[in-house]
Write a protein that binds this ligand. Structure first.
Ligand code: BTN
Length: 330
């Protein structure tokens, strides 16, 4: 969207339910009345419902649930997160775009968001289902001054930030499942993918990929995901506007990340344990060393999952976990 239409929108938003006259718009933006009218028509084509009344002017009645840079920027109260922002209609993966941007020097907090991904990436090389206009498919670039070995803590940090934002904005009860899933009533509503580039022991940059099923209807899920995944709308029985959710996520993430950088993982650990849906549960972890079953006792100070097994307390650094005691493979 062009800067002029953004300015017109801002003027209408400023007035809330009141009208702004065509004369005022043309004076404040420096356009002819005919040009104002043309831009209003263009905004309507983009999905904005604008009431036009002779003598009163224009009033914004309804905004489309579109992920537009200007809409996000308008209400965003962050210092850096999302301040550099690319919003795209359809991409293969926002991770790919973010990696390229990071290599070109994108600043910390730069974000890429798409309406649709045709080749969304999940953990362990899996496909991430990202249908159009119904989710938040977001990649955030970070440049944390931490050693590579600590990078998995960023996934836990992000889980806390995103869960806080979703709980705050939706009133739903989102819970974290180690290491990167957010669940509602046991079904996955969000996945987090942390990818990094670094050398020796230095992180160059991290791309934090966050996929949230916002308004994905039950019928849109492929057969293999049915029953395992859910969306905010399916759980709440109503749809959600994605722009305020995106702003809340960027704000909570920025705060959680700042606390993590200043006080280390200790700043996140307690919150993670509180928001976790697995503490005290019997789980089976598929680790590189094989299947280990035990009761989740919490997180170690470095972010490892503490499992109380028959052989004693063990630290799990990399695994997929399932509820219950299992001997068959996942
Ligand atoms: C997982 O649970 O396996 C992680 C899923 C991460 C999906 C997000 S959507 C935005 C970003 N772009 C991608 O291609 N993947 C991540």
């Amino acid at each position: 969207m062009g800067g002029t239409r953004q300015q017109i929108l801002a003027l209408m938003m400023e007035k809330g339910d009141d009208f702004v006259s065509g004369e005022e718009i043309s004076r404040r933006i420096g356009l002819s009345r005919t040009a104002v009218w043309k831009h209003i028509q263009e905004l309507r084509r983009e999905g904005y419902q604008i009431e036009a009344r002779q003598k009163s002017g224009y009033r914004l009645v309804c905004k489309p649930d579109r992920i537009l840079q200007e809409e996000i920027a308008y209400g965003l109260r962050t210092r850096t997160f999302g301040q550099a922002l690319r919003t795209l209609k359809s991409v293969d993966s926002t991770q790919k775009i973010a990696h390229q941007w990071a290599r070109e020097g994108a600043p910390e907090g730069a974000a890429v968001i798409a309406e649709e991904q045709t080749a969304g990436r999940g953990r362990l090389g899996r496909f991430w289902h990202s249908p159009p206009d119904s989710g938040i498919w977001l990649s955030l670039i970070l440049r944390p001054p931490i050693p590579i070995a600590q990078a998995p803590q960023l996934t836990l940090m992000a889980s806390v930030g995103v869960t806080r934002a979703l709980n705050r904005e939706t009133g739903l009860r989102v819970r974290i499942k180690w290491p990167n899933d957010l669940l509602i009533r046991g079904k996955k509503v969000c996945g987090i993918l942390t990818e990094l580039r670094g050398e020796q022991d230095r992180v160059h940059y991290v791309v934090l990929g966050i996929g949230i099923n916002v308004n994905v209807a039950e019928a849109m899920w492929p057969a293999e995901l049915k029953g395992k995944v859910t969306s905010l709308s399916a759980e709440a029985g109503r749809t959600f506007r994605r722009v305020p959710l995106i702003a809340a996520i960027l704000e909570e993430l920025e705060q959680t990340y700042a606390a993590y950088l200043s006080r280390g993982f200790a700043a996140v650990r307690g919150a993670w344990e509180e928001l976790s849906g697995v503490i005290g549960h019997l789980v089976t972890a598929r680790t590189p060393e094989g299947l280990r079953s035990g009761v989740v006792r919490g997180l170690k100070e470095d972010g490892a999952l503490l499992l109380e097994t028959e052989e004693g307390l063990i630290s799990v650094y990399s695994a997929e976990i399932r509820e219950g005691c299992e001997i068959r493979s996942f």
